[in-house]
Design a protein around this ligand. Structure first.
Ligand code: FES
Length: 194
């Protein structure tokens, strides 16, 4: 009697064969390591922006170098209109803010008074009712002539050179000043006689 045959394990070819990995499918995305056209254009655009920004900054710096900060100050001389515009006894305040000058007309003529207090340099106010200049800082007072009479101001207000310009207008020259205590108010150009 024949012996029953031993069960045999059947190994399939597929199981026996080593598993071969299929080659990777070609990627549809750009590899990060590989330069691409898009990356190149990004880089080019960024470079161009950086370049134009740099050029712009250089232009600004050049202009700042050629035209540095300048403190603009009013000119030292100015025209103050025609004598007929002024009345005797009037303290004209039109040029106080811009030029720091009061122009006063009296019986003798015109004089240009500095609006700088001789104490510590504040700017007094003209008080028409009291006919005096009064300094708001420490209370110094000055007559219409500019002579000090109260408060700590040690000396009168200063006057500036005043004359007639070629066109007949009053011309004030702040580059030349006259001090009462030095006897300079007697100088011909400290008073414009018209
Ligand atoms: S600054 Fe005018 S009184 Fe002192």
């Amino acid at each position: 009697m024949a012996e029953p045959s031993q069960p045999q394990t059947v190994e399939t070819k597929a199981a026996a064969a080593p598993v071969q990995s299929s080659p990777p499918a070609a990627s549809t995305k750009d590899s990060p390591d590989k330069p691409t056209r898009r990356g190149f254009f990004k880089w080019l655009t960024g470079g161009w922006v950086a370049f134009t920004t740099g050029v712009g900054m250089m232009k600004i710096l050049t202009v700042r170098f050629l035209y540095p900060n300048v403190l603009f100050v009013p000119p030292s001389s100015f025209k103050a209109g025609y004598p007929a515009e002024y009345q005797i006894g009037q303290v004209d305040q039109r040029f106080k803010e811009k030029f720091g000058v009061w122009i006063v007309r009296n019986e003798e003529g015109f004089y240009a008074l500095s609006t700088t207090c001789t104490h510590l340099g504040c700017q007094p106010n003209w008080l028409e009712a009291e006919q005096k200049f009064k300094c708001p800082c420490h209370g110094s007072g000055f007559y219409v002539t500019g002579i000090n009479f109260e408060g700590p101001a040690p000396r009168p207000l200063e006057r500036y050179r005043i004359m007639l310009a070629d066109d007949g207008q009053i011309l004030v020259d702040k580059s030349k000043k006259y001090q009462f205590e030095l006897g300079q108010w007697k100088d011909a150009e400290a008073l414009l006689r018209v």
